[in-house]
Design a protein. Structure first.
Ligand code: NAI
Length: 511
């Protein structure tokens, strides 16, 4: 049976909780007739009241036309029994996340709907193939993974089960566009695209914190102001809340058979057990007062400048960045141009994927005077700079470097020694996981980037981010981290390594 040229006029939604009502809203606004069913009749009534309020509010605010709000409301019908879904061309399930319950529902639906009806599941963590395996016609079962809140999160993952008919998925892609959403197509793999790609930021942020490199708030500040993300990993975890994120982290890790890239951190388990769950409980990584995040103030930057600075020649481009920045500031600092640092010079190194200690040892430098600066994001455009010390760096050297690199008013965060600072290692991990998703053909490079920008709100998708910063640079960061730490978590994805070495963009696929 094919779903080519499939016409959809009426859809059924089973489960009228947070997700079901959101899907009902966009479907009704898209001109579809919606039949809303729930085993709990009060849930349907509550959903209709909610949609009535929401659509009227949107009209009052001028976000939609009043006539459209009325038409949408007229499109939404309560179904008192599952049999009322018999005339639907598509039924979307958004019930409890349990495989046996979903399978039972799909079997029930098969007995009710016509044979040319697509059965879609909004599951975020169950394999579509497993849900379909309980059906007489698994070819019409498709994953349709929306995000919360549905009307604002304008992306939906369309997932083909192993026995799925691709034309059924095609029909749901088209239906998503009618509802004003951007569909992306994914293979039936744990986490699909968004929950898979989202591992990078959280797990690496947690790894950095667990190594004592920087505080939660410092990691967030760096990821926002240096790397340009809207939220840092800990703000993000507070928003999604640990009762949701912690089980997802564990589930994806186990579903990929203990893949080291996804290793969760004991930090979240302990915090979850202690009730420090996130924004919704008033305390997570941050405290919240009246819903507002409480962020500690930063200490003012030191002001005592170094007299003389020696800058490593290990990277010509990075050295030029540092020289340009010092020249632009009013700091009365002499540049030490010697082949080796004079005894009183502050020593600045610019490692990629290495820690300050490795950089100091590589050039045989006096570690007590070594401070590293992260140059991955251009020093003259970032809203924050990161400095890193060795365990031997003196406070005087650290503070002098801080004063120098904050002289133009851009805030500086000083972290402890870390392979790849904070931004380098988080960004390289995000790009690496994005490349692995492409390598496994879970989705096309275009869809990976679309899903991540729309589903996670990142400024770029992982592959475009890698291309912007340079695939070779990302490869160097990962190789250096891998060689210093020996942790397979940082092994470069073959997708990345091949394209970086051939000079091809990461968004390039052979087809
Ligand atoms: P919810 O708990 O708000 O709503 C579920 C609704 O389903 C309830 O009204 C319940 O009465 C009804 N229900 C339970 N079993 C049923 C059955 N056998 N037949 C008919 N109705 C039944 O849940 P929510 O958050 O809307 O999630 C629903 C689904 O969407 C789950 O599979 C979840 O994994 C998935 N999802 C949830 C997201 C979220 O952020 N909440 C994001 C993406 C997917």
């Amino acid at each position: 049976m094919s779903f080519r040229d499939f016409d959809v006029g009426t859809i059924g939604i089973v489960g009228s909780g947070a997700m079901g009502r959101g899907i009902a809203q966009i479907a009704a606004l898209g001109g579809l007739t919606v039949r809303l069913f729930d085993t709990n009749p009060q849930a349907v009534a509550a959903a209709r009241d909610y949609l009535f309020d929401t659509l009227n509010k949107l009209a009052t605010k001028g976000k939609i036309k009043e006539a459209d709000a009325h038409a949408a409301l007229a499109n939404i019908h309560a179904a008192n029994e599952i049999g009322a879904l018999s005339d639907c061309q598509v039924v979307i399930e958004a019930i409890v996340e349990k495989l046996d319950v979903k399978r039972a529902l799909f079997r029930e639906l098969e007995a009710v709907v016509g044979e040319r009806c697509i059965l879609a599941s909004n599951t975020s963590s169950l394999p579509i193939t497993a849900i379909a395996a309980g059906c007489a016609h698994p070819e019409r079962v498709v994953g349709y993974h929306f995000f919360n809140p549905v009307p604002l999160m304008k992306v939906v993952e369309v997932i083909d089960g192993l026995r799925g008919d691709p034309t059924a998925g095609d029909a749901l892609m088209e239906l998503a566009r009618r509802m004003g959403h951007t569909p992306v197509r994914a293979k039936d793999m744990p986490g699909f695209i968004v929950n898979h790609a989202g591992r990078g930021m959280n797990t690496e942020g947690l790894r950095i914190a667990s190594e004592g490199v920087a505080s939660f708030v410092d990691v967030d500040r760096i990821m926002r102001e240096q790397a340009g993300f809207r939220l840092g990993p800990f703000e993000l975890l507070d928003l999604t809340a640990l009762d949701v994120s912690h089980p997802v982290m564990e589930s994806i890790y186990h579903q990929f058979y203990e893949e080291p890239r996804f290793t969760p951190s004991p930090i979240t388990g302990t915090r979850l057990a202690g009730g420090l769950i996130g924004r919704k409980t008033g305390e997570g990584f941050y405290k919240y007062a009246d819903g507002k995040q409480q962020t500690p103030d930063e200490a003012p930057a030191p002001t005592a400048m170094p007299r003389r600075v020696w800058i490593s020649r290990a990277s010509h481009a990075a050295r030029e960045q540092v020289l340009k920045l010092i020249a632009k500031s009013d700091a009365a600092v002499t540049i030490d141009t010697g082949n080796t640092p004079a005894p009183d010079s502050l020593i600045v190194v610019t490692p990629l994927g290495h820690d300050a200690t490795t950089a100091a040892l590589a050039e045989n430098l006096d570690a007590t005077r070594v401070v590293a600066i992260d140059t991955l994001f251009p020093l003259d455009t970032v809203a924050r700079r990161t400095l890193m010390t060795t365990p031997a760096t003196s406070h005087a050297a650290r503070d002098a470097a801080h004063a120098l690199f904050a002289a133009d008013g851009v805030p500086v965060t000083v972290i402890r020694d870390s392979t790849g600072f904070v931004a380098q290692r988080v960004v390289a991990t995000i790009v690496n996981i994005g490349c692995d998703i492409a390598q496994q053909q879970i989705a096309t490079p275009q869809d990976i980037d679309l899903a991540v920008t729309l589903g996670l709100g990142y400024p770029h998708g992982p592959l475009a981010l890698g291309d912007t910063l340079g695939a070779k640079t990302i490869l160097t960061i990962l190789r250096n981290m891998h060689s210093v730490l020996g942790d397979p978590r940082y092994r470069p994805s073959p997708w990345l390594a091949r394209r970086a070495q051939l000079g091809l963009p990461l968004t390039h696929s052979e087809e």
